[in-house]
Design a protein around this ligand. Sequence first.
Ligand SMILES: Cc1cc2nc3c(=O)[nH]c(=O)nc-3n(C[C@H](O)[C@H](O)[C@H](O)COP(=O)(O)O)c2cc1C
Length: 396
Amino acid sequence: MHPFPKTKIPTYNSGRLGANAGGPKTTLDAHSKALLFSPLTLRSITFKNRIGVSPMCQYSSTDGFPNAFHFSHISQFAIRGAGLVIVEATGVTPNGRITPNCLGLYSQSHADAFKPIVDFVKSQGCVAAIQLGHAGRKASTLSPFFTDNQYNALATEADGGWPNNVVGPSPIKQAETTADVIELTGDDIQSYVDAFVNAAKLADNAGFDVIEIHGAHGYLLHSFLSPFSNQRKDEYGGSLENRMRFPVAVAKAVRQVWPDDKPLFFRLSVSDWAKGGLTSEESVLVCRALKEVGVDLIDCSSGGVVAPEDPSKFFEPGYNVAFAEQIRVESGVATAAVGNITEAQQAEDILKEGKADLVLLAREFLRNPQWVLESAQKLGAEVEWPIQYRRGKPRI
Ligand SMILES: Cc1cc2nc3c(=O)[nH]c(=O)nc-3n(C[C@H](O)[C@H](O)[C@H](O)COP(=O)(O)O)c2cc1C
């Protein structure tokens, strides 16, 4: 059920209020040479600028359902001019959630609960995306809110967790504190492909424009790609061709049910940042296979299976940008760059230098939800503010 009365929301191109109010798109069009504020079209979806909000777990859900917090959290970025908002990692099955407080999309009731959020995001001229994933051997952990910001603490059944239903490619625990891992059989793997397909159909029912498949950060799909977590001897383990079989099968199956006119993204940990792990050279081949089955953009992240050999990497500005560039150039697929992108000029340079097609920001948006509108001003892009906030726009 829709949480609010069906109100017409005035948008910038409403004309006389009411004439076209609540219409499909507000125009926050930019008239500048800044590439950051130029549109990008993938399939039939046009992003009004190249700035996206990276998916961020909020650990604020019950039974996988979004609520008023998620509505407010996601909407704030759509109101303030982001071209794209990607909803946090959302489990395709109950046991695929990272914590008992993570979102899920495994029933029509879940899709119905997402719909008002999607409708509102789109009413602001922003593209609505959802990250669909399975937490694999990192599932059934406690929200960092309950552990003094420690990750990987086990959520027991008493905590609402499912420690006896944590799955992965091989019986290798993520950490001392996480659950024992049940090794998936070939039939199980097919059932998880089906779960992604089911969630993709539900995402379409909810009205999302883009799906991002979560293939990063040590969760189920990445755990098949990485030799650290995948030590199988069957057709899903060993060679790169075998390790990528399940992630590519998921992308292929999702593409088959996801409408042709809507883009499909895939977030990949391009490197495990550790000797013996997945390398960026291997990831180039993975991305070529993903492109072949209809993935339109690779969101280039890194790490998550093991601790990186050099943790200082994660503090460097734009620490994944070189991966986005390598994948874009060598796999011939569009990329998003993410990771310590905080400055307007930094983002603009990434695009201008051909290193990525989109930039995604996470923590900077938590610090400054006004980042898009402030960056427009810094780069001299003329961007209309939302009509409700127009009186706050600085006059130069
Ligand atoms: C609070 C928080 C929650 C996150 N949750 C997710 C998530 O749900 N899915 C995901 O792929 N990455 C997640 N990330 C990683 C971010 O999307 C992003 O890749 C990372 O923070 C680096 O970007 P940044 O330097 O702009 O923060 C999360 C990061 C933060 C800070």
